[in-house]
Design a binder for this molecule. Structure first.
Ligand code: IPE
Ligand code: IPE
Ligand code: MG
Length: 253
């Protein structure tokens, strides 16, 4: 299997991108699958199925661009509230995705990780997911992080609980708790800082995604529905990001 190589600096420039102003870590709230299907008079699940193509194209492009991490909101802690049939079909789709995408992940040198309460996902999805994570563990390119059964508040509660347990057991002096320690207790302790958060389908909500991590992320939204999200839309987001002046509370560069 031939390995896809990341773009050279010249290639990035020829694509209208500014290499030194590319985000390192992009997260996407992939929204609008249901609306896309409904517009066509189809079942909602058709939208989710079609969204897999957008996931593949976005992942491959982020790998070629040489980004460190792409974090995708695939299933929230609150998505269990959807009709049983939709949840069931989403889990089936996840199971299929993690198997069928293995060649693409390997060809693009993508490491697969997850955040969220994955231990409670149905076995039919959890098993192939774990196998794919294992298969890709030595890849050294882009980290593709799937947020599955993920909730930002739940993540913070989990971290606080762990620290409280350590303090109660006398292993931790509460006075030493700081931002770095709390961050290390989150689902992915080594997650790179989040630079750009994208939401599709024209919503202006965070929907319980990466609450801790978005503190200084740049936010970009697009009306494009996720099943129609393609490389030109990703580039639009990246170009908007390049225009931003991040100040982190200071006066900037
Ligand atoms: C996002 O699309 C996918 C998931 C939440 C799993 P939606 O299913 O939320 O699509 P809309 O928002 O109903 O259009
Ligand atoms: C957020 O989308 C969750 C995912 C993209 C997985 P939702 O469609 O569930 O969010 P709300 O309900 O519109 O806020
Ligand atoms: Mg939605």
């Amino acid at each position: 299997m031939e390995l896809t190589t990341p773009y050279s600096r010249e290639e990035l420039v020829s694509r209208g991108l500014v290499p030194e102003r590319l985000p390192r870590h992009v997260a996407i709230i992939m929204d609008g699958n249901g609306r896309w299907a409904k517009e066509k008079g189809w079942m909602r699940i058709r939208g989710h199925e079609e969204g897999v193509t957008s996931v593949r194209e976005t992942t491959e492009e982020c790998a070629r661009l040489g980004l460190d991490q792409l974090t995708l909101y695939a299933f929230s802690s609150e998505n269990w509230r959807r009709p049983e049939m939709e949840v069931k079909l989403l889990m089936k789709l996840l199971a299929r995705y993690v198997v069928e995408e293995r060649p693409t992940l390997m060809r693009n040198n993508v490491r697969l990780t997850t955040i969220g309460e994955t231990a409670t996902l149905p076995d039919e999805a959890r098993q192939p997911l774990l196998e794919s994570v294992d298969l890709c563990r030595n890849n050294t390119g882009l980290t593709l992080c799937l947020a599955l059964n993920y909730g930002g508040r739940q993540e913070i509660v989990g971290a606080v609980k762990r620290l409280a347990r350590d303090a109660a057991a006398g292993r931790l002096d509460p006075e030493t708790v700081d931002e770095a320690l709390l961050a290390r207790s989150l689902y992915q302790p080594d997650m790179p800082p989040l630079d750009l958060l994208i939401r599709t389908a024209g919503e202006y909500r965070v929907s319980n995604f990466l609450l801790w991590q978005i503190s200084y992320a740049e936010i970009w939204t697009t009306p494009v529905l996720w099943p129609e999200f393609r490389i030109p839309h990703l580039y639009e987001g990246l170009k908007a990001y390049a225009q931003r002046r991040r100040r982190f509370g200071g006066l900037g560069e």
